[in-house]
Design a protein around this ligand. Structure first.
Ligand SMILES: Nc1ncnc2c1ncn2[C@@H]1O[C@H](COP(=O)(O)OP(=O)(O)OP(=O)(O)O)[C@@H](O)[C@H]1O
Ligand SMILES: [Mg+2]
Length: 275
């Protein structure tokens, strides 16, 4: 037996927009050869909320966000952006819609400085780049993010992990996206750097962006997520909402101990704080 949970508008103070979701994914399926990476996944994303996407290795998290990022087309299902059904055939199409994705490898150019990395591919100026404008805008952008970067003329190779993450997130914000997707942003970071990135995620939420956070770190997830969506073997196996969600239930949902498909009573799930 299979339960389906309608995704009503978030009812906590953070998140929730009477205008409805920015993104609605419905019935998304995707296979790679014999591997079914996603099966009939529904996901809504609202402005001003942090949605954590969690699940074991191979659960389908990256595949799901790559569909939004224009990396893979879905085999079945629909994506609606601001109420309009869209196809996202390329990363450029995704960015144009207003979806920014920061992939785990960040794709910073180590030999370029912070300014050049921020404006890579969208340099200001004609044949001669307007370095002054780009430098000023870089400072403004990083200041807005309360970033601690000593100089925008530092080469990316000399930045710490947290600083690199900040630059990658700052770059994603150029163009003012509605949705910012972060795939494992704290995986390689120390405690202080992780705290900085989590602060940055909260800042993005305050500014009205919808943040999708993929993470294996439950402490991070519980610190910032308004909602948690659990993927297991390509299906949604749990939906939880702060503050009612418990660490134990999320883990049980990830591992399959708590299994929606095998018929966890809906009332019971309600008590656990799921959708
Ligand atoms: N390009 C691809 N070609 C073939 N199989 C793929 C491809 N991308 C993903 N898969 C498979 O699809 C499944 C889901 O992978 P995905 O990368 O989405 O998982 P994930 O939840 O992001 O895992 P992780 O936590 O390890 O990053 C896995 O079985 C994976 O091997
Ligand atoms: Mg992944």
């Amino acid at each position: 037996m299979s339960y389906s949970f309608g995704e009503g508008a978030p009812y906590n103070s953070a998140g929730g927009d009477p205008r409805g979701p920015v993104v609605s994914m419905r019935g998304i399926s995707k296979s790679f050869g014999h591997v079914q990476a996603l099966r009939n996944v529904d996901l809504d994303l609202y402005p001003g909320e942090v949605v954590a996407l969690v699940g074991d290795n191979g659960a389908g998290k990256s595949t799901l966000v790559k569909i939004l990022a224009g990396v893979h087309p879905q085999d079945a299902g629909t994506v609606t952006f601001e109420g309009r059904q869209v196809s996202i055939p390329s990363p450029a199409a995704s960015r144009e819609l207003g979806i920014a994705t920061v992939f785990q490898d960040l794709a910073l150019c180590d030999n370029l400085d912070v300014v050049a990395n921020l404006f890579l591919g969208r340099e200001v100026g004609g044949a001669v780049l307007d370095e002054e404008t780009m430098e000023r805008r870089s400072w403004e952008l990083l200041r807005q993010l309360s970033a601690r970067i000593p100089s925008v003329r530092m080469r990316a190779a000399t930045l710490s992990g947290g600083q690199r993450q900040t630059v990658a997130i700052a770059r994603s914000l150029i163009g003012d996206p509605r949705v910012v997707i972060l795939d494992e942003p704290t995986a390689a970071l120390g405690i202080a750097q992780t705290a900085e990135v989590l602060n940055l995620i909260e800042l993005l939420r305050e500014r009205g962006h919808c943040v999708v956070l993929i993470s294996h770190n439950m402490a991070d997830v519980q610190a910032v997520a308004d909602r948690v969506i659990v993927l297991r073997l390509g299906r949604v196996n749990g939906r939880f909402r702060a503050p009612a969600m418990s660490y134990e239930d999320i883990i049980a949902s990830i591992t399959g101990v708590l299994n929606l498909e095998e018929g966890t009573p809906e009332d019971d799930i309600g008590e656990r704080g799921s959708l």
